[in-house]
Write a protein that binds this ligand. Structure first.
Ligand SMILES: Nc1ncnc2c1ncn2[C@@H]1O[C@H](COP(=O)(O)OP(=O)(O)OP(=O)(O)O)[C@@H](O)[C@H]1O
Ligand SMILES: [Mg+2]
Length: 249
């Protein structure tokens, strides 16, 4: 696929690191696969590898690979995986490497040529440096995919969510939806926080794709069950009408 062919799918960002981007991305991949679509996960830049089943790899890359409908290799899902679990430009520098912006775009289009829909997980929050003169927001602009914001529900999340939405708009990207994700059990004033987010985002015409409660086992299927199927259908009908008409409720 040529790099100017538009990609189908979404770019999942978060209000911060550890807010549930991987869990939500895996749920979307699972839901799409369950509905018969060739979904493919993509984690262009990942920091932090561990040794599992005789192989070094990154947990996010593994989770997205396993939730994808397409049978993919770790290298296809995660073309830039670095050893240290720290800011990716630092992790790359520790290995004497740089993150190749053009190579990421090529990898995304190679994957897209085999998939109906890509679910791309960003890295950390929205504006994470990936090199001297570019960051993860630039990566979202390169891929030109609609953005989905995962709000990790904890103290401070309203401010983080609203600032991130402003930053997405400032880059000229479309914010297709937001998900409230309970990353801590028993958060005080949870409902009040969700209601405030709903009110603020409604005013900006950004639909809620669901509120995922804290789950003892946040598997892709369990998380997907908490996403708003009507909102997903509305989104995927704008991306691909054939996809949307087949999404089960
Ligand atoms: N709804 C939930 N219920 C219970 N645990 C959750 C939920 N969502 C996320 N978690 C847990 O919170 C942690 C962070 O989630 P996740 O890895 O998806 O975040 P992330 O935003 O992708 O992080 P990173 O910035 O490292 O990529 C994980 O241990 C995950 O299992
Ligand atoms: Mg992740």
């Amino acid at each position: 696929m040529k790099s100017n062919t538009p990609l189908n799918g979404c770019f999942v960002i978060g209000t911060d690191t550890e807010v549930g981007k991987t869990r939500i991305s895996a749920a979307l991949l699972h839901g799409l696969a369950h509905n018969g679509f060739l979904s493919a996960g993509f984690k262009p830049v990942a920091a932090g590898t561990s040794f599992i089943d005789g192989q070094w790899g990154n947990d996010d890359v593994r989770a997205l690979r396993e939730a994808s409908a397409l049978v993919l290799s770790d290298a296809e899902v995660g073309p830039f995986q670095f050893e240290a679990a720290c800011a990716p430009h630092i992790a790359a520098a520790l290995q004497g490497l740089a993150i190749d912006r053009a190579a990421i775009l090529r990898s995304a289009h190679t994957l897209a040529a085999r998939a109906d829909v890509l679910v791309v997980e960003g890295v950390g929050g929205f504006c994470v440096p990936l090199g001297d003169d570019w960051d993860s927001a630039d990566l979202a602009c390169d891929l030109k995919l609609p953005v989905v914001l995962v709000v990790g529900l904890r103290l401070g999340c309203i401010n983080h969510a609203l600032l991130t939405a402003e930053a997405v708009r400032a880059r000229g990207l479309s914010l297709a939806g937001w998900v409230g994700n309970s990353v801590i059990p028993g958060m005080p004033w949870l409902d009040e926080n969700v209601t405030t987010l709903q009110q603020r985002f409604q005013k900006q015409n950004i639909p809620c794709w669901g509120h995922v409660p804290w789950l003892a086992q946040p598997t892709p299927a369990a998380v997907f069950a908490h996403l708003d199927q009507a909102a997903l259908r509305a989104f995927f009908s704008s991306v691909s009408p054939s996809l949307a008409s087949s999404l089960k409720t």
